[in-house]
Ligand binder design. Structure first.
Ligand SMILES: NC(=O)c1ccc[n+]([C@@H]2O[C@H](COP(=O)([O-])OP(=O)(O)OC[C@H]3O[C@@H](n4cnc5c(N)ncnc54)[C@H](OP(=O)(O)O)[C@@H]3O)[C@@H](O)[C@H]2O)c1
Length: 340
């Protein structure tokens, strides 16, 4: 018997990527594909890669409560409400939004709102490479932010080798990172052939990177984070810099990454001096990581890439869901990207 799952926010980019991945999943049956303003619309009218007659459903919390697992791929507002309802009903839930990633203080600081359910915040923060046993035993999993998971996979193994207070994280994301809704700054005529920064120094992912570097690695104090918008649909690149602690050298850096990911199916550590590219991971759940040490400045430079809709969103969410349901973690998750 397949597990019956639901996707709320299936008319968005993250939800539709879940539908694409789950189309190849042998153990999941999609019982509900819920949308908000697009309820009733044929799925194929928005996503030509998902042909057929099926239409988006309306959100029905009572029906969701009967399912084996629910993915929430909505903005954090609706997810706060639905996530709490489903957690109270004991339904396993993976929330792709920021609703349950931070504690109530962090949520107030970075989102400017009082958390309505501080008892659920933070939920189990799902990066299986660091806490797969905890994810497997959870009810509510907070899926990480796209910039955050890509930064953490590069930085966590190195965090004990870096001087606190010296970390700078530069992020670049494809346009799907901003969701499906149209904005002036997402027009092809604005984004095409151009690149620009946004959001610094208070982008909401800053606090999430700081918090989970401390939880899964070493607390490195405040970081500086600047995101940029790339003129490509998918792909996310992090370049992070940190001052090396005394008596730490290039071999220690490479050994820390190789040791951390030796048995990880989705994280590939590249040789020093080989720079990862987004195109190598687009369409997959992979993250490629590479680090080098600049002997002149004694700074480590770590670069990591993901597909923002893959390991950055739906891929991580499905990896977490496989764990929650006791299934092999890698089911229906490609490790190899679409290239060229
Ligand atoms: N895009 C990424 O790369 C990425 C990466 C990591 C995390 N995330 C997070 O994942 C979540 C979804 O992102 P996205 O990029 O897929 O967004 P999106 O393309 O803008 O889609 C948002 C979805 O939420 C639905 N929705 C909006 N208001 C709702 C409400 N009140 N009740 C129920 N559903 C509602 C929308 O339905 P209608 O279209 O039918 O109105 C749509 O299906 C966000 O929290 C985002 O921060 C996204």
């Amino acid at each position: 018997m397949p597990h019956r799952i639901g996707i709320v926010g299936a008319s968005g980019y993250g939800g539709a990527e879940l539908l694409r991945l789950i189309a190849g999943h042998p153990e999941l049956e999609v019982a509900t594909v819920a949308a908000h303003s697009q309820a009733g619309m044929p799925i194929a009218a928005l996503f030509p890669n998902l042909p057929g007659d099926r239409r988006f459903d309306a959100v029905d919390p009572d029906e969701l409560a009967t399912l084996d697992l629910v993915f929430l791929a909505t903005p954090h507002g609706p997810a706060l409400e639905l996530g709490a309802t489903l957690a109270d009903a004991g339904v396993r839930t993976v929330d792709l939004s920021a609703a349950f990633r931070l504690d109530a203080d962090g949520f107030r600081t970075w989102y400017g709102e009082e958390h309505p359910r501080p008892d659920l915040a933070p939920a189990v923060y799902g990066v299986p490479e660091f806490n797969r046993a905890e994810v497997a035993g959870a009810t509510l999993v907070a899926n990480p932010g796209c910039y955050v998971v890509t930064a953490l996979l590069g930085l966590v193994p190195l965090s004990g080798l870096i001087e606190p207070g010296t970390v700078i994280v530069d992020g670049k994301s494809g346009t799907t990172g901003a969701g499906r809704a149209m904005k002036d700054t997402l027009h092809a005529s604005h984004v095409g052939g151009s690149i620009g920064a946004y959001g610094a120094p208070t982008h909401r992912h800053t606090g999430e990177i700081e918090r989970y570097l401390g939880v899964h690695g070493t607390d490195l104090g405040p970081i500086s984070f600047t995101p940029h918008l790339l003129p490509v649909p998918r792909g996310l690149l992090i370049t992070a810099y940190g001052q090396l602690a005394d008596d730490v050298y290039a071999d220690d850096v490479q050994a820390a990454l190789v040791d951390a990911y030796a048995d990880e199916p989705f994280v590939e550590v590249l040789p020093p001096g080989t720079f990862p590219v987004t195109k190598a991971v687009v369409g997959s759940n992979a993250c490629h990581v590479s680090a080098l040490v600049d002997p002149r400045t004694r700074r480590v430079v770590v670069t990591s890439v993901t597909d923002n809709l893959g390991k950055g969103a739906a891929g991580s969410a499905l990896q977490n869901a496989n764990l929650l349901l006791g299934l092999p973690e890698t089911l229906a998750l490609p490790t190899v990207g679409v290239y060229p």
